[in-house]
Design a protein. Structure first.
Length: 227
């Protein structure tokens, strides 16, 4: 088995405890981190670089002006291609985007996308084709992870779950509610996995300081990418 640990985590722009965020990410021991709500103001690239260094990872995709979503990986992970897509927006709403990368892990290519969907259902629906096209351009099995701002009965969630495996629904391990971290009652963060891979387990791990770190819980999916 070639196990890859994917962590999806909305860190609330580090507005709570940066030290707790670092502790949570390090404890998750992820190979790939799909980060949402990274700091977008006041030297965001430097802040992201410091966070990446503190957790022992490397930022390889994303941009503050493309929705403040990023993909980070363990040092030494082969990055074939990477980029960030800014999604069209209503001027009254927050900018949304997708950080995407084609990685090679243990000889297997994996397309990874980190996203943070809109608070508005109609905007989420408009953005979904762009999300899918940027992932599918790589022609490799994909993992899409992020904050969907809707629950599994939402239209965008259902569409993604029809195309990919909803990791927690397929192989639940512990709790699945990701919001809020202080009183988890809603599943609004997800990891979707190509059917070419096997989901070993997925869920919200007990990492101690999650309630101090962000308003979202971390979500970890363990994926077997072996043919």
């Amino acid at each position: 088995m070639t196990a890859v640990r994917v962590l999806s985590y909305n860190v609330m722009s580090l507005r709570m405890s940066r030290a707790a965020v670092v502790d949570v990410i390090r404890a998750a021991e992820a190979d790939v981190l799909c980060l949402q709500e990274a700091p977008r103001f006041l030297l965001p690239q430097r802040t992201l670089a410091r966070l990446a260094h503190a957790v022992g990872m490397v930022a390889v995709a994303g941009h503050a002006r493309a929705g403040a979503v990023h993909v980070l990986v363990r040092p030494g992970t082969a990055v074939v291609s990477a980029g960030a897509l800014r999604l069209a927006r209503d001027p009254a709403h927050h900018r949304r985007g997708v950080a995407h990368a084609l990685l090679e892990i243990a000889g297997v290519q994996v397309a990874v996308a980190s996203l943070h969907m809109s608070l508005y259902a109609d905007e989420r629906a408009r953005h979904l084709p762009g999300v899918l096209s940027v992932v599918e351009q790589y022609g490799a099995p994909a993992v899409i992870a992020g904050d969907l701002n809707e629950q599994p009965d939402g239209a965008v969630w259902r569409e993604l779950a029809g195309r990919y495996q909803d990791a927690y629904a397929v192989a639940p391990d512990g709790g699945g509610h990701t919001f809020s971290a202080q009183q988890p009652s809603r599943r609004i963060d997800a990891v979707f996995v190509d059917r070419a891979f096997r989901v070993v387990r997925a869920g919200v791990p007990d990492l101690g300081r999650a309630a101090e770190a962000s308003d979202h819980c971390p979500l970890v999916a363990v994926i077997d990418t072996a043919p």
